[in-house]
Design a protein around this ligand. Sequence first.
Ligand code: RIB
Length: 302
Amino acid sequence: MMRILNFGSLNLDFTYTVPHFVRPGETLAAEKLEVFAGGKGLNQSTALCRAGAEVFHAGCVGPDGGGLLEQLRQDGADLRFVRTLPGVRTGHTIIQVDGAGQNCILVCGGANRRADAAMAQEVLDAFGPGDWLLLQNEISGLDSILRLAGEKGLHIAFNPSPISPEIRRLPLETVELFLVNEVEGAALGGSGSPEECLEGLRRRFPGARLVLTLGTDGAFYFDGTRTLFQPAFSVQAVDSTAAGDTFTGYFLAALGEGLDGGDALRLAAAAAAISVTRMGASPSIPTRAETEAFLQSRQKEI
Ligand code: RIB
């Protein structure tokens, strides 16, 4: 089984159920507050672990981040590369979830912004050719991490989420697998139809494999030769937080197991569909057994 190093964020998600997203100048009463383990990094490590992959998580928390680490530990992630930094707050978010299950997220990086070149060197010293590195865009130090991983010959998967202008300046030429949604895809590959976006990404990153997720409109995978499409499974949405992270973790775990692109897409789409039927970020991510059972129950849709 391949080893996956996920160098990524860990957040406490303060999740407010609201009748609608707060408007400028408005004071709105929340219906409920729940605090969940989240962060795109933590969520993707959780999804990888629950899918059955061997996962090393690297990142930073403050002294208030112990609960996040405990959750990752219970899922089986190796945490030897996570630092608990004194005097820094763990990253956190304020998430509003409305009645349609849509969210909007305010993120405060905290300890996630403390990763640097020295930490990248120390962590990547333990990895080499044959290992995979998974990254998102919620930590500092990405430039150093990408350069070192490229030099060491790791396979690199990048989910450029949340998208930001700085991403264009990163050394992305050694990325083997991009996983983007329509917003990230448009920023990196150009807007237009999904096919046009994929074509733009292929021109910009020749040789890379590409996943383009489109929410309820399904997902595309360009495997270097063929482009495959997987429709989304229809479910009753409660909270879409971490659906993309669930897809990413399951998809990479499935490729690592040797599943073909079509089967990896189906597994990832099923896991993501289950996640939107549940509240919260990492708690919404299904186990492999739940995902396989869901696929069995939806035979006719696949
Ligand atoms: O992708 C969902 C995640 O984005 C949340 O868990 C939140 O922490 C933000 O990072």
